[in-house]
Each structure stands twice: as C-alpha cells, then as structure tokens.
Write a protein that binds this ligand. Structure first.
Ligand code: IMP
Ligand code: MG
Length: 205
C-alpha cells in the first residue's frame, strides 16, 4: 500500500529522466572543450547529480559540500554553516553547483559567495527544482529542471525527516499539517539539534 504521506505527484519518473538527459546535453554543449567540476550539495542533490553526471559527455569530476542553515525551522535565514567542505581547491576550475531544490535561495546565495571567493574560472548553478514563489533573493540559476508550486516536495533526493529520498518521482508531502514539520519543530517552536550543531535550529539542506 502506498504510504499515506505521499501526495500528488509533481514530476513523474519519466519526465525526470527526460529532463535530466536534456540538461546533460545542454551542459555538455556549453562546456565543450573544457572539463567540469560538479559540486553537489549533500544530501538531496546526490540522486540528481549521479543521474546528470552520466548524461554528460565532457570530462567531469565531482566533489561535495554539506551545509546547515540557521533560522526558523521552515525558513532559512541565509546564515549558513559549512558542515563538510570541498576536498580540493577550485581556483581556475569550471565549477557547476548542483542543487536539488532552490527555495528561498538564501543557502545558494551563501554558497555562491563562498565559492566565488575561491576564484574559480567559472561558477554556475544547476538546480533540479525551484519554487519561484518562495524566492527571497534573485540568483543566476543557469540550468533549471522544473519550477514547482509552493508545496513541500519529497522524493528523488528530497526528504521529509530523512525519509522518502528514494522515491523515483517527486511528490507533494500529503496533508502537510498531519506530519511532523519538514524541518523538525514548527516555526516559532523549539529548535532541534542536527548532527552535533546544538540548539541553533540548523537544518541540513
Ligand atoms: P533555501 O535556502 O531556502 O533555498 O533552502 C534550500 C534547501 O532547503 C534545499 O536545498 C533543500 O534541502 C531544502 N528544501 C527546500 N524546500 C524543500 C522541499 O520542498 N522539500 C525538501 N527539501 C526542501
Ligand atoms: Mg539541498
């Protein structure tokens, strides 16, 4: 039986596969003759990144960052702490940040600032999903998979309390009020502790 927390499907498995292939072709054309460093933002982007990377026919490498953003439980404040940094310098590299979803944009805005300061040759963003209605900062997102409405999404890497990342499609979290808040406590309630980052309301992105 289907888990009752899984609501309406926003992006079907076939549409994901097709769009990822198209993005891969576009990126391969744009970077022809160069080699690319994909920077995946843990954990959600891992699934999209691994599919996307297999659709690229330019030489590429992969590295990962993990960040936690502070603020209320459902809204990031833009104050971000790096939990895991890149393994290697990016100076002079063609870097493509790969994100699962851009919501307010504050996390990505911080990442762009931080990575730009390390002098890459180029720095662009590929996001599988964006929620334009939620955007607080305008960002140059060069490649976008799908725009989705302002609903809490799960699947294909996106989690609710660490669950549902393995769904092969993207769905809405059904009846959002019924389940514990996506990021722990509801906004205004107590904060939760995330992996050794005490009491600051950090949520891993
Ligand atoms: P932002 O700083 O508000 O743009 O936060 C972006 C991060 O929040 C994403 O990388 C996701 O990890 C997480 N996030 C935002 N919206 C959703 C959602 O609908 N489902 C699951 N995670 C989300
Ligand atoms: Mg993320």
């Amino acid at each position: 039986m289907k888990d009752p927390a899984i609501g309406e499907i926003l992006v079907q498995q076939d549409d994901l596969a097709h769009r990822v292939r198209t993005l891969g072709e576009q990126i391969s054309l744009d970077y022809v003759g160069r080699s690319l460093l994909l920077v995946g933002v843990l954990k959600g982007a891992v699934f999209f990144l691994s599919d996307l990377m297999r659709c690229l026919d330019v030489p590429c490498e992969v590295d990962f960052m993990a960040v936690a953003s502070y603020g209320s439980q459902t809204d990031s404040s833009g104050v971000v702490r790096i939990l895991k940094d890149l393994d290697a310098p990016i100076e002079g590299r063609d870097v493509l940040i790969v994100e699962d979803i851009v919501d307010s944009g504050l996390t990505l805005s911080y990442l762009l600032r931080t990575l730009k300061a390390r002098d890459p040759a180029t720095l662009e963003v590929c996001a599988l999903l964006t929620k334009p209605e939620r955007r607080k900062v305008e960002l140059p997102i060069r490649y976008v998979g799908f725009e989705i409405p302002n609903r809490f999404a799960i699947g294909y890497g996106l989690d609710h309390c660490e669950g549902f990342r393995n769904l092969p499609y993207v769905a809405v979290l059904a009846d959002e009020e019924q389940w514990p808040s996506p990021f722990g406590a509801r906004s205004g309630e107590q904060t939760r502790e995330v992996r050794g980052v005490p009491g600051l309301g950090a949520r891993p992105t």
